[in-house]
Ligand binder design. Structure first.
Ligand SMILES: O=C(O)CCC(=O)C(=O)O
Ligand SMILES: [Fe+2]
Length: 210
């Protein structure tokens, strides 16, 4: 039996985080993984931190249904048009949680040395209390959270093949997250983070078009 709607609330203070371990069946997740690896236009960008330039420790790509660029860690990404698979997965999430997304940032972790350092997804383009829906395929990876202000608060989970993690409310205001590097040998993993990306300087008193 499949239970795509079965969830676990992480019960973190100052956050709303919900985990759906069986969002996609294994067969579905297997075939998405293979196709996403081939059809996404993966690229490795450089980031500049404290005046030094590094290659990002993973491959990424941005897709969307508007042309609005997305800037984080000094990288500006321009969205490509959604692929069929990305639209199907988007619709499955939207049916489950009743939120419409505009964009998807895809990550490919090639092995255990690839990672995603501590950050919050709190860019202006994401609006005030952003909703981020993140689907995982392939190798399992650890996902860590730590509170920005109360150093005693942290938690972690393992993101399974075919799982969905939804972060909303004040999560990005109060918490950082990361995918740490691992010395173990780890296979490839693809993660899709669906987001709502809007014009940066939009007047918040005017409702966004949907
Ligand atoms: O790979 C993941 O699970 C997390 C990705 C992430 O945090 C991001 O793209 O902002
Ligand atoms: Fe993130």
């Amino acid at each position: 039996m499949l239970f795509p709607e079965k969830y676990i609330d992480l019960n973190m203070p100052d956050a709303e985080v919900r985990y759906y371990p069986e969002f996609l069946s294994k067969d579905n997740a297997d075939s998405y993984f293979k196709r996403l690896k081939k059809t996404i236009d993966w690229q490795q960008d450089s980031i500049t931190l404290f005046g030094k330039t590094y290659l990002q420790p993973r491959l990424t790509a941005l897709y969307g249904d508007n042309g609005i660029p997305y800037t984080y860690s000094n990288i500006t990404m321009h969205p490509k048009k959604f692929t069929k698979d990305l639209l199907f997965i988007k619709a499955a999430i939207e049916n489950l949680i009743h939120i419409r997304f505009t964009s998807c940032l895809a990550n490919l972790y090639r092995n255990g040395q690839d990672s995603n350092g501590w950050h919050a997804d709190d860019e202006k383009e994401l609006g005030d209390n952003p909703i981020i829906a993140s689907v995982s395929f392939g190798a399992e990876r650890k996902f860590h959270f730590k509170h920005k202000f109360d150093k005693t608060l942290k938690t972690k989970l393992i993101l399974k093949h075919g799982s969905l993690l939804v972060m909303k409310g004040s999560t990005q205001k109060f918490w950082l997250h990361q995918i740490p590097k691992s010395k173990r040998e780890i296979d490839q993993r693809i993660n899709l983070t669906y987001r709502i990306i809007q014009q940066k300087n939009r007047d918040p008193s005017i409702p966004a078009l949907s």
